[in-house]
Design a binder for this molecule. Structure first.
Ligand SMILES: Nc1nc2c(ncn2[C@@H]2O[C@H](COP(=O)(O)OP(=O)(O)OP(=O)(O)O)[C@@H](O)[C@H]2O)c(=O)[nH]1
Ligand SMILES: [Mg+2]
Length: 418
C-alpha cells in the first residue's frame, strides 16, 4: 500500500542524572566526592533509504522515543549514553514541524542522515562540582529533559522523469517496456492508483521514471485522482507528456493536451515550467500521419511517435530523453528557511517588584531551579553564587534591592543578606 503522509511523535532521550556519592575506602575515614555524571540521551535521526517508496511503515508506529541516558554512579562512573534512534524514510521525504508547518529537512539522498532532535545532556555528579575551596559539594545536577515533538512527514517522490497524461493513454505500458517495473496495465481509466517508480538504463546512463495516475479536467482541484498525485511530479526534471494519438476513445488529442497543461499550471505555476517532451503513443493504431499533422497545426509541437506495445520508436525516444536530461540541472533538495527546535535553555531573566517583594522569572531562573536543591545548604550557596555571577543580584540592586529585602524565585522566598 502507498502512503505519502504521516504524523509521528518524536522524542530524543533525556539526559541521565548526576549523582552525589562519597569515596569509601578502608583506612580513609572521609573520602572526597565521587558521584559520576549522567549519560547523554539518544538522538532522533532520520535517514534516507532508496529501497523505500512509501511511508506505510508509519501507519501503525507513530511514537519514536530514543533511549534515555543512564544516571551516573559512585566511583566517578559516568552513566551510559542512550542509543540513537534511526528512522528510515524514502528519499524525497519532507520533515515538517506539525504545529507551524515549517519544513525542517528534506531527506534527499540514500544514506543521508539528519539529526532532528538532540538527546539531553547528562547532569553533572558531585565530583564535577568539587573545587579547591568547595571540596565536598553535596549536590548534583539532574539530566536535561527533552520534549516530545509532533512531526509531519510528507513524501514528494524524486525522479528524473515524470509520465503525465490523460487516463488510458499508455503511461504505465511505456514504463513497463523501458524499466523492470511491473505496473498494472488495463484498458480502462484510473488503472494506476498510486505512483510507480522505475529505473531506466540506456546508453550507459541511468535515470528514474515516475508514472502517476491519469489526469483529467479539474485534476488540480481534486477531480479524478490527479490532484493528490501531482505532488509526486513536483520534483521531476522532465515530463514525458503521453498522448493517445490514435484517439481510440474518440477524444480530441489536442484538447486533452491543453487540459493537462492547464491543470499543471493551476496546481502550481512552477509545474508548467518543467521541460516537456510530447509523446504520441499508440501510433501502431494510427493510420498515416494525418493526426500528427493536425496536432502540429493546432498546438505547434511535433510529438515523438512511439508505440509502447510494439516498442517502435521507444529507443529513439530514450535517446532524446537521455540527451535532454544531460543538459538539465541536477535535482536539488528543496530550499527553505532554516528551522530549529529551541532546546537550548534561554538565559534571560526578568525582575518585577510587587509590594516590596522582588520577583525574578525567566529561563535562567528555571534552568537553575532544575539544578539546585534549595533545601541543601551547599547547593543553595552555589545557587547564590550563580545569581551573582550571572548579574541577577546586580540587576536587583539596580532596582533598589537592599539587605533584608525579600526575593521570590521559583516559588521560594528568601531574604537578601549582603
Ligand atoms: N495499441 C496500443 N495500445 C496501447 C499502447 N500503449 C498502451 N496501450 C493499451 O492502452 C491501455 C491502457 O494502458 P495503460 O498503460 O494502463 O494506460 P495508463 O495511461 O497508464 O492509464 P491510467 O493508469 O488509467 O492512467 C491498455 O489496454 C494498453 O494495452 C500502444 O502503444 N498501442
Ligand atoms: Mg497507468
Amino acid at each position: 500500500m502507498f502512503l505519502d503522509r504521516a504524523i509521528v511523535f518524536c522524542k530524543a532521550g533525556d539526559g541521565g542524572n548526576g549523582v552525589v556519592s562519597w569515596h569509601r575506602a578502608k583506612f580513609i575515614p572521609k573520602g572526597g566526592p565521587d558521584g559520576g555524571n549522567g549519560g547523554k540521551g539518544g538522538d532522533i535521526i532520520f535517514e534516507g533509504d532508496a529501497s523505500l517508496n512509501t511511508l506505510i511503515s508509519f501507519r501503525y508506529t507513530q511514537k519514536f522515543h530514543a533511549e534515555n541516558g543512564s544516571d551516573g554512579a559512585a566511583q566517578n562512573c559516568t552513566g551510559k549514553n542512550g542509543k540513537d534512534l534511526i528512522i528510515k524514510v524514502p528519499c524525497g521525504t519532507l520533515i515538517k514541524d506539525d504545529e507551524t508547518g515549517s519544513i525542517i529537512a528534506d531527506i534527499f539522498k540514500d544514506g543521508e542522515q539528519f539529526i532532528l532532535l538532540k538527546g539531553g545532556r547528562g547532569g553533572r555528579g558531585n565530583k564535577s562540582f568539587a573545587t579547591a575551596t568547595r571540596r565536598s559539594p553535596g549536590f548534583s545536577e539532574t539530566g536535561q529533559k527533552t520534549k516530545e515533538r509532533k512531526i509531519s512527514l510528507e513524501l514528494k517522490i524524486i525522479a528524473d522523469v515524470g509520465l503525465i497524461g490523460f487516463p488510458n493513454v499508455g503511461k504505465s505500458t511505456l514504463l513497463s517496456v523501458v524499466s523492470a517495473a511491473k505496473p498494472k496495465i488495463a484498458n480502462y481509466h484510473f488503472t494506476t492508483l498510486n505512483p510507480n517508480l522505475g529505473v531506466v538504463f540506456h546508453n550507459n546512463y541511468s535515470f528514474t521514471v515516475a508514472d502517476i495516475p491519469g489526469l483529467v479536467e479539474g485534476a488540480s482541484v481534486g477531480i479524478g485522482l490527479g490532484h493528490h498525485f501531482l505532488r509526486h511530479v513536483e520534483r521531476v526534471r522532465l515530463f514525458l507528456h503521453i498522448l493517445d494519438i490514435s484517439e481510440t476513445e474518440g477524444r480530441d488529442v489536442a484538447g486533452d493536451y491543453m487540459i493537462v497543461r492547464e491543470e499543471l499550471e493551476k496546481y502550481k505555476p512552477e509545474l508548467a515550467t518543467i521541460p516537456e517532451i510530447v509523446v504520441a503513443n499508440k501510433s501502431d493504431l494510427d493510420i498515416g500521419n494525418e493526426k500528427l499533422d493536425k496536432f502540429f497545426r493546432q498546438i505547434n509541437i511535433k510529438p515523438i511517435k512511439v508505440s509502447a506495445v510494439t516498442t517502435e520508436g521507444v529507443t529513439e525516444l530514450l535517446n532524446i530523453v537521455v540527451k535532454t536530461l544531460m543538459d538539465l540541472p541536477k535535482p536539488a533538495p528543496m530550499s527553505f528557511e532554516p528551522f530549529f527546535y529551541d532546546d537550548n535553555e534561554s538565559i534571560d531573566f526578568k525582575i518585577e517588584k510587587i509590594d516590596d517583594v522582588f520577583y525574578v522569572h525567566g529561563g535562567l531562573v528555571e534552568y537553575l531551579a532544575r539544578r539546585v536543591v534549595i533545601s541543601d545548604q551547599e547547593s543553595f550557596r552555589w545557587f547564590q553564587k550563580v545569581l551573582r555571577d550571572k548579574g541577577i543580584i546586580d540587576a536587583l540592586k539596580d532596582m533598589g534591592l537592599k539587605s533584608g529585602d525579600t526575593i521570590s524565585m521559583v516559588g521560594v522566598e528568601f531574604e537578601f543578606i549582603e
